[in-house]
Ligand binder design. Sequence first.
Ligand SMILES: [Zn+2]
Length: 90
Amino acid sequence: MQLALPVNAHLNKIKVLEDDRCTYCKKERGDTNHIIFGCEVHKDKIDILLKDLQTMQLALPVNVNYVLAQDQKDINCRLYKHLASCSIIV
Ligand SMILES: [Zn+2]
């Protein structure tokens, strides 16, 4: 599974955006791991996601590459639901 999330850090790197800060909090560098697992704007939902991932036997801390490398349908579905609940467009 590939995740094609047009994050500001990447858009800055390819010179599409001048500002690499997160679209949501406007404070941290807006890379994929920050947006999915670290943004304070989505903290409550992230906490629930991390608990669910632990229940699915994933060791914390997690990052996008680690989670996707599991290549398990239930984990991918849980990640997708998290993105949707945070209105993160993939
Ligand atoms: Zn943020």
